[in-house]
Ligand binder design. Sequence first.
Ligand SMILES: Nc1ncnc2c1ncn2[C@@H]1O[C@H](COP(=O)(O)OP(=O)(O)OP(=O)(O)O)[C@@H](O)[C@H]1O
Ligand SMILES: [Mg+2]
Length: 256
Amino acid sequence: MYISIEGASREYTFKGKRTVSLEKVNLQIKKGEFICLLGPSGCGKTTLLNLIAGFDRPTSGVVKVNGEIVTKPSVDRITIFQNYGLLPWRSVLRNVELGLESKNIDKKKRQQIAEEYIELVGLSAYKKHHPSQLSGGMQQRVALARALAVDPEILLMDEPLGALDAMTRMSMQDEIERLWQENKKTIIFVTHDIEEAVFLADRIVIMTPSPGKVKSIIEVPLARKRDRTGSDFLKIRDRVFAEFELKPSDMTEYYL
Ligand SMILES: Nc1ncnc2c1ncn2[C@@H]1O[C@H](COP(=O)(O)OP(=O)(O)OP(=O)(O)O)[C@@H](O)[C@H]1O
Ligand SMILES: [Mg+2]
């Protein structure tokens, strides 16, 4: 299996008090799969992402990528953080070049690759701008271009669209799906938004808190590009709602 999470637990002790952030998580992910992690605040989504990224180690169990135990970060696994992580003093172009600086690529080539990915996310006209001059959705696209420019095998995205308005959010979902299909990455995407998960995921991993656990895994066998208003789409959305014991009729847009 490409990514294999085997009995991974993560405990924290803070001022003598023990918190089980993640308890015995088992999850197998195929190469090229799009996985959404869905669950309420504090259920261990970021903790799990950090274990896969290699920023953190499990207190017991293991995370393996390509059969090797993950012990540290790698340029093969890139994380897009919720706040985009852009450097405000750098232009769009120089921000996208950032990830390439840790790879041994000369300046000219670096700039050329960065420009390619800026074009891919539709921001060529803004490459000399600074992040503060861009909208939230545009900043998100810069973060995406920067991650893709490194050409990682695995993209870890921690609630990357949380700060966006509903319209921008939907167009970013379209864009992420398109980039995933064109670039054949494996994506693990954290969200609080049930419809976002049904739109994007091959499988939705539903987590519950205290302690953080995988509650269930729901397959989404719908053809792409998915119709957010289609009856098959709504049926799966309702199944996910039912996992949380929520009624979709109570709300049009629900964030856990
Ligand atoms: N460094 C830490 N020290 C102590 N406890 C921690 C630490 N990091 C996380 N935790 C605890 O682990 C649990 C899971 O945290 P985590 O950040 O993974 O949740 P999450 O699902 O990403 O939540 P959110 O949706 O709010 O981002 C929480 O109870 C949190 O308080
Ligand atoms: Mg989190």
